[in-house]
Design a binder for this molecule. Structure first.
Ligand code: HEM
Length: 213
């Protein structure tokens, strides 16, 4: 009995002393969750990332509607003020909370210089825009409704958040499809006159971070 106890104590001490040993479970778990930085490049697939609620949103996509209507949520776009707003109604309060949490989670990732879905140039461009202060996001919830507004301060940033909102509306909400790659649309925005000032920086940002799917 005493020998067993001594052996267990030895194992615990080794776990504390050997570098990385005590962290191995945590790091393995983070890797499974897609939450690990490899060579300072954020991992891509956030589908199962704890806190993003993506699996839930994808499975429940049909239970979100345009406020007071049966159709899938649609963004209201105003190119003059470079703003986009959504009023989304969920069939349950839980759904509204999960959606609000998703948006808060994603915004905080972008603000912390991370880029979910690093194989998709559109998401990379949005991450660049958010990190560099080219647009703001606000999200409010009231029972089952969620109001989101995004305000850009350049036309280039507006085009990026506008394209992102089309993906969310037309594919994510309408069909629960999160597999499409929006890089071609992103390239067209990048090549447009609206983005000439930031094109060099954006190209560098994409080069440094884009990873294979
Ligand atoms: C591939 C999985 C997904 C990723 C990587 C992702 C990522 C993001 C990011 C980066 C934002 C922008 C946050 C900001 O601009 O501050 C966002 C916003 C949002 N996401 Fe997701 N999302 C995913 C799936 C979904 C799904 C499945 C839904 C709903 C069915 C959804 C609904 C929304 C909404 C409503 C917004 C706010 C509106 C907007 O940004 O235009 N997302 N998401």
């Amino acid at each position: 009995m005493k020998e067993k106890k001594t052996f267990l104590t030895l194992l615990i001490v080794m776990g504390l002393l050997v570098p990385g040993c005590g962290d191995s479970n945590k790091s393995e778990k983070r890797q499974q969750e897609g939450d690990t930085l490899t060579n300072n490049r954020p991992l891509v697939d956030d589908n199962e990332q704890v806190g993003s609620n993506i699996s839930y949103l994808r499975a429940s996509h049909a239970r979100y509607h345009e406020y007071g209507a049966a159709q899938a949520p649609m963004p209201i776009k105003d190119p003059n003020s470079k703003s986009i707003s959504w009023t989304i109604e969920s069939e349950s309060e839980e759904g509204a909370i999960k959606l609000q949490d998703h948006i808060i989670f994603m915004e905080s990732r972008l603000k912390n210089n991370q880029n979910p879905r690093g194989w998709d140039k559109l998401f990379l461009m949005e991450a660049y825009m958010k990190y560099n202060g080219y647009y703001t996001t606000s999200v409010e919830r009231n029972d089952r409704s969620v109001v989101v507004s995004k305000n850009a301060n350049t036309v280039c940033a507006y085009e990026v958040i506008s394209a992102h909102s089309d993906a969310v509306s037309g594919d994510f909400f309408a069909r629960g499809d999160i597999m499409r790659d929006y890089s071609t649309r992103a390239e067209a925005i990048l090549a447009s006159g609206a983005c000439s000032d930031v094109r060099g920086d954006l190209e560098r940002y994409i080069d440094e971070r884009q990873i294979q799917r």
